[in-house]
Design a protein around this ligand. Structure first.
Ligand SMILES: [Zn+2]
Length: 311
């Protein structure tokens, strides 16, 4: 029987985080986690998993979302040392428009101002412009923010799921520029460069798309979803000279994609989609709905595997 866990990482940092708002894993902890995984799983690449999803055994796949610079500076080196292959999911907006994604704007603002101060500044400006929210809630708030405190959870939920995108973007940009100055200079400090992506690809690392702007696909029209997916695919295909077959859905919880998403992906030739449906795979899951865990679901705080993953 096949039992494959796919782990989703974002931010891995050395001693002190450069980006204090980003919840992440230290280098030391990451090394401990790898050691624990090696004891209980064979660590394989995503390409390897999808090439034979029914192969008997206990496998683990490592994935890294958002194209953060530390994925090159830290993760890539560790994977090379350990002779492992990871798969990295790249949003195209930072490369094509030299703009930050909203998720990183939010985390940097939380890091600098704290939630209370940031939310005050955010809502006072948003109210001036006229705040509008989605009519219905698409996901379970507790599922989305398992690892945040209540105050942080409510604010992040409003920002990421409820406030209409045009207003959100306008307010975030304005608050961000006041606190950090010009975004373009910060883009270079936050994300991997195109040359770094190429170098990693040549060393065997895998790459997939993470849409263009990282907005929640199910909140967009089919036409907007198509733009999100094709822009990201064209960018990655051209940069890495490949035909991209993988997507990691922004946020990725149940409710963040819909039938339009699946139709657009099939049309675009993307065959495998990674969710954050927190379950183990056995090869019988839908190829566009492959299950994946957040790193916090899998490990204890000391880097040991949680008991249900030990076999
Ligand atoms: Zn992401």
């Amino acid at each position: 029987m096949n039992r494959t866990i796919i782990i989703n990482y974002h931010y891995i940092y050395d001693q002190a985080p450069v980006l204090p708002g980003f919840r992440g894993v230290t280098t030391d902890l990451f090394l401990k986690q790898i050691a624990a995984l090696k004891k209980h799983f064979e660590i394989i690449s995503l390409a390897n998993y999808v090439s034979d999803r029914k192969r008997p055994g206990r496998f683990c796949v490592l994935t890294f979302d958002d194209s953060l610079l530390e994925n090159y500076e830290i993760v890539f080196n560790i994977l090379k040392q350990e002779k492992l292959l990871g798969t990295f999911f790249v949003p195209s907006q930072p490369y094509i428009n030299q703009e930050l994604l909203n998720v990183q704007r939010i985390l940097m603002l939380i890091g600098k101002l704290g939630v209370e101060e940031f939310s005050k500044k955010f809502y006072s400006l948003a109210k001036k412009i006229g705040i509008k929210r989605e009519a219905k809630t698409i996901i379970d708030i507790n599922e989305a923010y398992r690892y945040d405190t209540l105050a942080v959870r409510d604010f992040k939920f409003d920002l990421n799921y409820q406030i209409k995108y045009p207003i959100l973007g306008q307010v975030l940009k304005e608050v961000f520029v006041k606190e950090f100055g010009n975004e373009q200079a910060i883009v270079e400090k936050i994300y991997m460069t195109e040359n770094q992506l190429k170098e990693m690809e040549q060393a065997g690392m895998g790459f997939g798309i993470h849409t263009h702007t990282h907005r929640i696909l199910s909140r967009l029209s089919k036409t907007e979803q198509k733009v999100e997916i094709t822009k990201a695919k064209n960018f990655l295909d051209k940069t890495l000279d490949q035909d991209s077959k993988f997507i990691s859905y922004p946020f990725g919880m149940p409710g963040t994609i819909n039938q339009d998403t699946l139709a657009v992906l099939s049309g675009a030739g993307i065959g495998f989609g990674l969710t954050v449906y927190r379950q183990t795979n056995n090869g019988s899951e839908e190829p566009l709905l492959i299950h994946r865990y957040d790193v916090n679901d899998v490990f204890e705080t000391n880097g040991d595997l949680k008991e249900n993953f030990i076999g």
